[in-house]
Structure formats: C-alpha cells, structure tokens
Design a protein around this ligand. Sequence first.
Ligand SMILES: Cc1cc2nc3c(=O)[nH]c(=O)nc-3n(C[C@H](O)[C@H](O)[C@H](O)COP(=O)(O)OP(=O)(O)OC[C@H]3O[C@@H](n4cnc5c(N)ncnc54)[C@H](O)[C@@H]3O)c2cc1C
Ligand code: SF4
Length: 342
Amino acid sequence: MNKRVAVIGGGIAGMTTAGALSALGFNVTLIEKEEQTGGHVRNWDRLFPSRRHSAEVFDFIEKNMRAGVEVLCRSIITSIIYDSGAFTLSFENGSSLKAEAIVLATGYELFDARKKEEYGYGIYDNVITSAELEYRFKSGKKITTHNGTTPKRIAIIHCVGSRDEKVGNLYCSKVCCVTGVKQSIEIREMLPHCEVYSFYMDLRMYDRNFEELYFEAQQKWGVNFIRGRLSECAENPDHTLVLKTEDTLTGRPLKMTVDLMILLVGFVPGEETRKIARMLGLQSGPDGFLLSTDEHVQDNSTSIPGVFLAGAVKGPACIVNTMADARATALQVNGFLNPGHE
Ligand SMILES: Cc1cc2nc3c(=O)[nH]c(=O)nc-3n(C[C@H](O)[C@H](O)[C@H](O)COP(=O)(O)OP(=O)(O)OC[C@H]3O[C@@H](n4cnc5c(N)ncnc54)[C@H](O)[C@@H]3O)c2cc1C
Ligand code: SF4
C-alpha cells in the first residue's frame, strides 16, 4: 500500500490515529504546528480519575506511533488543494506534501477567562485557571498566592466559559467537573491546612470511577462542595478575593473571602482549526466544533470525501474517548482507501 495519509494535529488524537494507520500499512505524515507533539495533555500532570502521571500515557502512545510515522513539527499549512485523487498540502517554508486522505485532529483551545470579566482573571493577581494549576503541579512548584504565601482558603469555580449563554457557549465541557475534583484532592494532599470550596451548578461525574473520586474528595479530603454560581469577585487591598454567590440548595446568599481562586475553563473551538476547515470547506455546528457526516453512525467522516475527523476537534472529550475515537477514525480511513477491507 503506497497510499499516504496526512494527519493534521499532533495531540493524542492525531498521534493515536497516526499509529493505528501506520499499523494498517499506510504511509503516514503527522503534522504539528508546535515544537513537539502531545497537544494539551503534554501540559497535564496527573490524570483523572486514577491520578496516574500523564507521561505513562505518552509512553504508550509514542511506542505505538514511532513504528513508521513521519512527524513534522513546527509545520504551518498555508493551503490544501484537491486534484485527481490526492490532496496537496503546502507549508509556510515552501515545501509540500501529497496525500490520498486527510485526518483533522487539531483539537481545541481553552476558553479565554478574561471574557468573564466579573471573575477578575487577568485583573486580580490571585485568580488562575485550572490549566495554570496543572502547569504548577507539573513543574513541581508549590501552590502559593501571587506574593508567595501559602493559601489558607481556595475556591474552585465550575463552568467557566461553558453552559453560559452570556459568552455564547451553551455546551458542557464534560471534563472540567472531574478535573476540579481531582485538583481539589491534590491541593488538600499538598496543603492539608488549606480549606477548599468548590462552587458548581451541578456535578457531571459521567464516567467510570468519577463519582467515586467525588466521594473521596468529600469523605477523605474534606473538600466543600457548594451548589451556586459565582456572581461577582472583588479584590481586597491585601489581594485576597471576596466572592459573592448564592447557595442554591439553601437559598441563602453567600459571601466568602479566599486567598486563591481557580477557574475551571472549558473547551472552545480553535482558530487554527477554523483556518484549515475553511481551506477544506468543512462545516461546523452551532457550537463551533466541526461536524461529522452523521453523529451516530459516521462520526469520523465529513462531507468532503477523503477528509476525516478525530478527537476533540468535534467537541470536549477525555483521553479515553479521544483515543477510542482516533482508532475509529483510522478504520474509517482504511475503509475509504482500501474499499472492501473496512
Ligand atoms: C485543564 C484540563 C485538564 C485535563 N485533564 C485530563 C485528564 O486528567 N484526563 C483526561 O482523560 N482528560 C483530561 N483533559 C482532556 C484532554 O486534554 C483531551 O482529552 C485531549 O487534549 C484531547 O486531545 P486532542 O488530540 O483531540 O486535542 P489537543 O490536545 O488539543 O491536541 C491538538 C493538537 O493539534 C495541534 N494543532 C492545532 N491546529 C493545528 C494546525 N493547524 N496544524 C498543525 N497542528 C495543529 C495543536 O498544537 C495540538 O498539538 C483535560 C482537559 C483540560 C482542559
Ligand atoms: S463538566 Fe462540569 S464544570 Fe465543566 S461545563 Fe460541564 S458542568 Fe460545568
């Protein structure tokens, strides 16, 4: 089989699809715009629900991919043209590549928390995002306030940029509830004297062992879960934060001072994905994520023959779902390039 597949996006979706296609006997080129492959997961420290290190997952994916995949990092696509059964991808450095099929695995971006002005991200020193907390865990840095003191009370805020009509995102980002629960446990592990308050609308612990993690956070680690949406955050002269919310279970307004606030930012469709989608003529749904041919039975193919989708480019997903989706994409590509062998 001399056919080539170009996989665009070197996150776990792209890496898994590339590895599976290579194992099926195709020539595969994996194209990543950044310095290295790995996507967002490269930045995460310990993964929910088991809290294993992300490096273990990478070892597995990399071993499965290295077999014969050509990896092009720092590669920016400038155009894609289809002609006589093949796509020609042109790059910023003047080079080009021909492929019989394309897999778009360009993932997602994080919601820009500055858009929720009332939460003070980018204005107040002690407001950070869940992704920034992961970078701190990963780099082995202590959890401190901006001026280096140990926080005595931390608030975790759910649904930042998701399930929010005001910012135009009605969808749920699926993984932030469990990320928040995992991070609340890690904070309590590191700072046993720090109180942790988690403010949620409702907790979506949808997958295996998620509910158990939530139970552990309450029972073993004493994390406080309060049902209520943050309405406002203000900064005191000493840089602590005053949060105003309502406990919707008791119906009482609530005011609380905390030293650090963590915003569980959701997934948004990526600008780079939009560019490639425009080059290919792909459609996106009302949520901005790319549309497949059929959400139930053809969820990896698109309206353009020879162009396929894998992973979070279609919307929020955890690692296990992303990897399962990526393998399904490889089978669909095989069916397209090798009819009769689906
Ligand atoms: C804070 C946080 C913590 C999380 N923790 C966990 C966890 O513990 N466990 C879990 O199961 N899931 C977790 N997730 C979810 C996990 O991040 C996703 O499942 C995963 O990143 C999806 O992988 P992906 O490859 O589809 O997308 P991405 O990770 O977004 O990868 C996409 C890749 O495509 C590249 N790309 C984009 N555009 C282009 C282009 N035009 N050309 C070339 N390359 C391009 C990007 O640079 C990137 O490398 C977490 C998510 C968040 C937000
Ligand atoms: S997973 Fe939880 S925090 Fe994230 S958008 Fe859904 S309900 Fe909100």
